[in-house]
Structure formats: C-alpha cells, structure tokens
Design a protein around this ligand. Structure first.
Ligand SMILES: Cc1ncc(COP(=O)(O)O)c(C=O)c1O
Length: 435
C-alpha cells in the first residue's frame, strides 16, 4: 500500500489524495451527558450560586460534587470551578495579591489568556523564551527574567506536555515567587509521576469545547493552599460582599466577578471526568501512532517526550527543518493539505507582537499598567518562540478528530508520501501558480 502511494503523483500535481474525505469530527458527549444535564434541569435551577455568604455561596449540588470528584481524581485538596480557564487565570492572579507594577513571567508561545491575566490587576507580563524541544518555558530564560518585582511565574504545559515543573517550582520557591500552572491543555499529563497542574501554587484546567474533556465552557482551579482557594472562591463570586463573614482580613483584590459554573456544566463535567482516562488515552494513542510512523524522516522531527513525562497531545507538533528538507514549510504544508492531512502551521504569533503590547495599551486610554514599567516588547525578545512560529511547526490536533487505526495509517501515509516526493513540490506549486 505504502509503495503504491509513493509511486503516485502528489495530489498537488493532480494525483489522488491519500485522504479524500474530511476527517470525522470527534463527538465525545452523548446520552450520558444529556441525562446528567436533565438531572440538573429537572431540579429547576440551572445555577445554584448566591452572591452572598451562606451555604449557596459555594454553588449547588452538581458544582460541589464535580469539585469533590476532581479533587479525588487529581489528588489535590482544594478545587474552585469557574466558567473558563481565562476566568481561572484572572482569579489566580487576584488570589495571590498581584498589585500594580508587579511582574509576572509568562511564555510568549501560548493562548493569549495566559499573558493577559496579570494585566487585569495592573501586573506587567514579562516574557521568557521557550525551549525548542517541548515549546514550554525554558528555566534558564525564566531565571534570567526574575527581578525584585517578580511576583509570579505562569508556566504553560503547552500542547499537553509538562514544562520543567520541578525545576521551575524549585526556582520559584527559592526566590519566594508564586508558581501558577496554566494547564488548560494538559489534563493527565505528568512529570515524574505528578500530574501537571498540581505542582504549582495554583493550576488551571480548561473545559472549553476544544479540550480533551469539555463542558461547553468551563475551568477548574486546583490548589493545595486553603487560603488561596478561599480567595479564588471569593473572586469567583462577588468577593466584596463576603469578606467579613468569611474572615478575609487582607482586602487586596477582594473585589469579585461572576466566574461561577452552572449546574448544567458541572453535571456534564462529572460525566466527562469519568471518561477522562479513556478520552486522553485515545488521543495519546493516535498521536503516538503518528510519531511512530514518522520518526526518523529527514528534515522532520516528531514531538519529543521528556524522560519521566506523559504527553497527552492536545496538539501533535512536528518540527520542520526547511534546510534539511529542501522545501519550505509553506510548500510542504500545501502538499500535505492537498493529500487531506489537516493541520496548521506555526501555532500563535508570539504574544508580545499583539497590538496590546506593541502599542502598550491595556486598561484605560493612557496605557495603564504599562505606564508603570520601562519594559518594551520588541521583535526578537524571544528568538526560539519566533523561530517555532515562523519556520518550524506543523500542528495536528488529535482532539478534533475521531480516527480509527486504518485512518491513522493513512494520516501517516499522507505525510510519508509528501516527504518521499517532496522534490516535486516546487514544480507542482509553480504549475498551480501559472494555471
Ligand atoms: C494554554 C491556554 N490557556 C488558557 C486558555 C483559555 O481557556 P478558556 O477558553 O477555558 O478560557 C486556553 C484555551 O484554549 C489555552 O489553550
């Protein structure tokens, strides 16, 4: 089969594509989730939170049960459910007492919410570079970015692989800095037997539609610290009203939002949590199938898995060495698309290139909180992140598709075919352009 395909012309040059149909979309919610949602529905209250002190301050039956089950699964004592990981990141920044002018070290290569969260409290995002193997924060770059204004590090377990958590945690502890884990993409990822998201002072998980398990929108904040949990619970639910009865003496950032999770989402989340091993495992097997089938091809590098880590592959990220390949990433990508291999390139532009940082405008017209810092956010700040974005990465999302073994083989074949015939891509592209 493989031989035959390799003898066929590239789809880009008019040959048959290896995969002719779009991949089936993965649907991981069904009857069980619908029944659970109905259970909440039948009780007549879709959210059981009250924004004042009392038993309902912490939400309803489903929310409390979901938090308890999450605590057990991830072996962390305190869980604060929220309506998104973005809310969770902001609540975490508030809970640690972030104050205007405080610096927070973040990676530039992540979803924007990671770096925006500090701004809501006047914090200054400071970008440290990533390592090329896992695309997560490089501890050396983090260490170099620490100043006497650093209040926290937000480390991201990007694409489902743990950052160097033990190392960065030790660094943070030694310098008296909070470590917050943005684990939106990494449920069940591990480093040396510890779950990603549970190593730092606070870890944040996302339950949005695109994640391994989902509730529509939603997030879970986990912490070993009862004080931080209480402060996040307060920020989640109009803190200003409950500081006195809750006995919160430090009023820093004790103005609250409504970040509450609905009973419907929590009911769905409980079902999804029951399937998390299965769902994560299925995606992991698909990603490993791709890696096994494509390892060792000249100019391509399949995702690295650091020793002692479990990668849960929110994204399967292959690196392209354009010089070794003899073809540009753009042309290689065009040929992959023609063969029916769905992917994107580059991930996200390093976040400091966003207008918010380039123009230094966040809160209000005058540029607060950037008015509190001399820091500039220029191109070249994090060269590795820029290189990954511009030149190297080809990304496939195992979470998006339901792929059986036969289809997984065809995904591998699509890449192998393009790789084997890559020297024909240039001519095919030229023909397409002149047609
Ligand atoms: C790394 C990372 N952080 C934060 C978020 C925000 O998550 P949510 O959509 O739940 O707010 C995402 C969402 O994609 C993410 O990937």
């Amino acid at each position: 089969m493989t031989e035959i395909l390799f003898n066929e012309r590239l789809a880009l040059a008019g040959g048959d594509p290896v995969i002719a149909e779009p991949l089936p979309v993965d649907v991981t919610i069904g009857r069980e989730e619908a029944d659970a949602a109905m259970r909440a529905f039948d009780r007549g209250s879709l959210s059981a939170f009250f924004g004042s002190w009392g038993p309902e301050f912490l939400g309803g039956e489903e929310v409390k049960a979901f938090e308890a089950e999450w605590a057990e699964k991830f072996a962390v004592p305190h869980i604060v459910s929220v309506n998104s990981a973005t809310s969770g990141l902001i609540a975490a920044m508030g809970a640690i007492g972030l104050s205007p002018g405080d610096e927070v070290i973040v990676p530039p290569y992540t979803m924007s919410a990671t770096a925006m969260a500090p701004l809501f409290y006047g914090g200054i995002p400071v970008f440290a570079d990533i390592e090329p193997e896992t695309f997560c924060l490089d501890p050396e770059s983090v260490a170099a970015a620490i100043t006497d204004k650093t209040k926290a590090i937000i480390v991201v377990n990007l694409f489902g692989h743990a950052a160097r958590l033990a190392e960065i945690s030790a660094l943070a502890k030694a310098r008296g800095i909070y470590l917050i884990e943005d684990n939106a993409q990494g449920p069940l990822a591990t480093e040396n037997g510890r779950y990603a998201g549970t190593v730092g002072d606070i870890g944040i998980f996302s339950l949005n539609y695109h994640k391994h398990i989902h509730t529509g929108e939603g997030g879970m904040c986990v912490t070993h610290d009862a004080g931080l949990a209480l402060r996040m619970q307060a920020i989640r639910n109009h803190a200003e009203n409950i500081v006195e009865p809750a006995g919160i003496a430090d009023l820093t950032n004790m103005i609250g939002q409504n970040y509450r999770m609905t009973e419907l989402s929590a009911a769905v989340g409980r079902c999804q949590l029951g399937k998390v091993e299965e769902e994560v495992g299925r995606r992991q097997r698909l990603a490993e199938h791709l890696s096994d089938g494509l390892r060792g091809l000249e100019g391509l590098t399949v995702p690295a898995v650091r020793e002692g880590c479990r990668h849960v592959y929110y994204v399967w990220a292959m690196r392209v060495d354009q010089a070794a390949l003899g073809v540009s990433r753009a042309d290689f990508s065009a040929a992959l698309t023609a063969e029916g291999f769905p992917h994107s390139t580059g991930y996200l532009r390093p976040l400091y290139m966003l207008p918010t940082f380039q123009k230094r405008i966040a809160i209000g017209r005058d540029g607060w909180p950037f008015t509190l810092t001399e820091r500039q956010y220029h191109e070249g700040l994090c060269p590795i992140a820029e290189q990954m974005y511009r030149e190297e990465l080809i990304l496939f999302e195992p979470c998006a598709y339901r792929v059986d073994e036969a289809l997984a083989d065809r995904l591998v074949m699509a890449v192998r075919k393009v790789h084997a015939r890559r020297h024909e891509i240039g001519a095919a592209m030229a023909e397409t352009r002149s047609a």
